[in-house]
Design a protein around this ligand. Structure first.
Ligand code: S3P
Length: 428
């Protein structure tokens, strides 16, 4: 796909698709509940469709009715053994959270996925789930999918996770639904808490202690179908926040974007860099806060992004690297080694692509260093089929001279079908 610079500015308003993390969880927890769960603003991206597909294969009826998704749950013990593999596609969230759920079932099943999923680390969930009593085999003996999971009688554990990962935390807590005794997870920094908030809403007893970075769950709750209203995905909004900020003469309004503090680190960092973002019309559904975001173009200065903040903006680091290219001075991203095990190695891939555009950017062991202000020019860029890389580079292309070509640009369908059309709709 070919992109050229925008000179007239971006304007207008947009409702970005529903939050990906919350969409996955609505399907999963709806399936494990009694009665019907209705979901509005569900993200119909390929990742969440993989989750739907997996649960349909385990006997759950899921239908679309107008704007709503209806999940006819069968209770905690109502899943049935799938015939053949469960296909998680490109989705780490599907693979890891489903592993936790399968650990508590009375049947065995195998989760498979695409080339990216087959190279992402699964030892991080296999380890605690095995400690709880599940039998999990990496069929290629490399700690990655395909994973064959045989559920067993599980025991609750107090797990000290070595990584701040909501997928690890959620896998363990979901297995904890089926365990004997309480299961708790303590993480080195607080990761997104959608699982804890939503499971509570469905009726589980979840104790959250943010100061200790610990969440605990009591087993065998009766979960009941709920109405879930999903906010816009801040990780999708991030591209328009960046685009409007770096494109002169822009003013863009993004409607009802989720601003859960465990996800909204990018807003703080942008504000510190000098971005002009105003929060309006605050609301809250199911414990998930949201707001309209009004973004006007502005000058930026470099900053340091590190420490406990990293999990709150982990998926936004590729687009923050783009923003840093347009900031005055140096931006340092550190403590972000997790970027290397996302859909692609996002440190290597962003450095390679932004360097090809003329940016002054260096990879480090755990992040990147960006000297802002070097003018960007068009180039042929490789998305590596990573949706967030493709969208970040499309934003960089808005302020690059000449023509930019992004290979495998259609991978944005993973989290944002219609992204390029929505971006185009803001062109004046
Ligand atoms: C997610 C958690 C994060 C994030 C991913 C979605 C989730 O991954 O990067 O896009 O929905 O729980 P990690 O748990 O690996 O940090």
């Amino acid at each position: 796909m070919i992109f050229t610079a925008n000179t007239k500015g971006l304007g207008g308003e947009l409702t970005v698709p529903g939050d990906k993390s919350i969409s996955h969880r609505a399907v999963m927890f709806g399936a494990l509940s009694k009665g019907t769960t209705s979901v509005t603003h569900f993200l119909k991206g390929a990742d969440c469709l993989s989750t739907i597909h997996c649960f349909r294969k385990m006997g759950i009826s899921i239908e679309e009715e107008g704007e709503q998704l209806l999940i006819h749950g069968q209770g905690l013990h109502g899943l049935t053994k799938p015939s053949g593999w469960l296909d998680a596609g490109n989705s780490g969230t599907t693979t890891r959270l489903l592993s936790g759920i399968l650990s508590g079932q009375s049947f065995s099943a195998t989760i498979h996925g695409d080339a990216s999923i087959q190279s992402r680390p699964m030892g991080r969930i296999m380890e605690p789930l095995k400690q709880m009593g599940a039998h999990i085999v990496s069929l290629n003996h490399n700690g990655c999918a395909p994973l064959e999971i045989t559920g067993g009688s599980l025991r609750g554990i107090s797990y000290q996770s070595p990584v701040a990962s909501a997928q690890v935390k959620s896998a363990v807590l979901l297995a904890g639904l089926y365990a004997e005794g309480i299961t708790s997870v303590t993480e080195p920094a607080l990761s997104r808490n959608h699982t804890e908030l939503m499971l509570r809403g469905f009726g589980a007893q979840v104790d959250i202690c943010p100061e200790a970075r610990t969440a605990s769950i009591h087993p065998e709750p009766e979960l009941w179908g709920q109405q879930v209203q999903i906010p816009g995905d801040i990780s999708s909004a991030a591209y328009f926040i960046a685009a409007a900020t770096i494109t002169p003469h822009s003013e863009v309004l993004l409607r009802q974007v989720g601003i859960n503090p465990t996800r909204a680190g990018m807003l703080q960092v942008c504000a510190e860099m000098g971005a002009d973002i105003t929060l309006l019309q605050k609301s809250c559904h199911g414990g998930e806060p949201a707001a309209d975001l009004l973004i006007r173009s502005s000058d930026l200065t470099g900053t340091v992004i590190e420490g406990e903040r990293i999990p709150t903006l982990i998926d936004e680091l590729p687009i923050l690297a783009v923003l840093a290219c347009f900031a005055k001075g140096t931006t340092i991203i550190r403590d972000a080694q997790e970027l290397k095990v996302k859909e692609s190695n996002r440190i290597a891939v962003m450095v390679q692509n932004l360097s090809a555009m003329g940016a002054h950017i260096t990879a480090t062991e755990d992040g990147m260093i960006i000297e802002g202000g070097a003018p960007l020019h068009g180039a042929v860029l490789e998305s590596h089929k990573d949706h967030r890389v493709a969208m970040s580079l499309a934003v960089a292309a808005l302020q690059a001279s000449g023509e930019t070509r992004i290979q495998d640009a259609s991978c944005v369908d993973i989290s944002y079908p219609g992204f390029y059309g929505d971006l185009q709709s803001l062109f004046r």
